[in-house]
Ligand binder design. Sequence first.
Ligand SMILES: *Cc1c(COP(=O)(O)O)cnc(C)c1O
Length: 359
Amino acid sequence: MSVYNFCAGPASLPKEVLEKAQKEFLDWQGLGVNVMEISHRSAEFIALAEQSERDLRELMNISDDYAVLFMHGGGRGQFATVPQNLHVENKQAVYINSGIWSDGAFNEAQKFTQAIEINVRNDADGKFNCLKPEHWALPQDASYIHYCPNETIDGIEIFDTVKHDAPIVADMSSNILSREIDVNQFDLIYAGAQKNIGPSGLAIVIVKKSLLSRQGTQKASIFDYALEAKKESMYNTPPTYSWYLAAEVFKWLKAQGGVAAIEQVNIEKAALLYDFIDNSQFYKNTVANDFRSRMNVPFWLNDESLNQAFLAQSKQAGLLALEGHRMVGGMRASIYNAMPIEGIKALVDFMHKFEKEHN
Ligand SMILES: *Cc1c(COP(=O)(O)O)cnc(C)c1O
């Protein structure tokens, strides 16, 4: 039986990547040891690091105006690192609150800088138009503007970009590499790796080099963007095994045809699942069409007393980790790049069967 893992994070990795890692576990590049056992300063590892950066730059079309950093501390590490690096005396950072993760970023930022939060969760029209950046009442002056284009828990995705003179910072932990974006519309993009890139703990930061001269606040050296850029993410020992797996995921993605190609698959996957939910009287998703996440699909059974049976039987059918986040309940299918369309078909078949049995 095929097993499909719908975990929100740490999430599924491409099977081909895991198989390659398994094959190389005891002997990487003929060295007779695992890549995690060698020096990060060895020629072999530096070649890996450089290749992975080139691959990511190619995949996302990142220009030389940006530094690409491989850092420690995952997504939440960046919740603290962004304000520490981008703080400006007597200016406010603006945080857009579109859901649970962006609100979390704001709460952390307040420890390090003056920050205000703009709530865009007020769904007065029932169409989620409050989430359109053109409707956001942004102050003229800000040290930076932070938002989260994909709210992993709420299942909300913001596809339009934000236009403003202040630097635009985006937490793309759960949708990086899932669709084409114009990096030039952003000043800083960060992502914890464990959704679409690799193992947890690693964070990818794409930061405009012109921002590196900002003094910011006092900070630990390992969280200093300018220092990390200068040291090519090797000020201290980077998470080398995670970096290796991320590098393999980038190669895998290139072999799939890159971001444009996987975006088409992601559109198809999401449509299959949302269409099924919309056409059912048994399941529901309440996010307006234009703002539905392609990566995280929360859904609810109309009869919530069936939740435990749904989870137990789906697990038996090889469909793992469908329980919704504890803060919102219900179910959630996270369908990142590594989830093949067969996984969505298997889920829809199961949901259909479950509905027939319990209706
Ligand atoms: C998962 C996630 C995070 C947190 O990542 P950690 O690596 O657990 O700190 C932050 N932001 C978003 C949007 C996420 O999905």
